[in-house]
Write a protein of this length. Structure first.
Length: 164
């Protein structure tokens, strides 16, 4: 019976991975949610999946960070929070963030976010619109200092254009 339970658990694990990549914690959670699951068998399956290279938190974190930053400009804080929700170990998260932001300039990412927002909403002309832009950038996870500097810079540009 134990061999068939192992096979059943392994089959479920492979099916889950065929659907989408997962973290070790997500896999453990998904395998344990079945009433027939046994903790010891689940751990054996996870160990085997890691040995086979099907489960790898470092690879998952690097891929997740890269795809998130390619899809939309996000700050370090937001990306860290998103990765923590995936139940990745803290050190894996930090390493992936360091790698992702070594390849991409956070200032370039915030400029992309501002350009996109300005294209959609226009340049902020009132204090309220400026605050909305500021809040938008903070929600995207950019640092307070960087957001403040960029919003002030944009406001000065708007004033200069208005005075010309």
């Amino acid at each position: 019976m134990a061999a068939t339970l192992y096979e059943k658990t392994m089959e479920r694990g492979l099916r889950l991975l065929a659907y989408k990549p997962r973290t070790v914690a997500e896999m453990r959670e998904r395998l344990n949610e079945k009433e027939w699951a046994e903790e010891q068998v689940v751990e054996q399956v996870i160990t085997r999946l890691m040995e086979l290279g099907y489960l790898n938190d470092e690879q998952y974190a690097a891929s997740f960070a890269g795809s998130r930053l390619t899809a939309r400009p996000l700050g370090r804080t937001r990306l860290r929070r998103d990765m923590q929700r995936k139940k990745l170990p803290p050190q894996v998260v930090e390493n992936a963030l360091d790698d992702a932001y070594t390849e991409r300039d956070e200032e370039g990412l915030i400029d992309r976010a501002i350009d996109k927002r300005v294209r959609l909403k226009g340049k902020p002309s009132t204090r309220e619109e400026t605050k909305k832009l500021f809040d938008y950038l903070m929600r995207r996870g950019f640092s307070y200092d960087l957001v403040l500097r960029k919003v002030r810079q944009l406001s000065k540009e708007a004033e200069t254009e208005g005075n010309s």
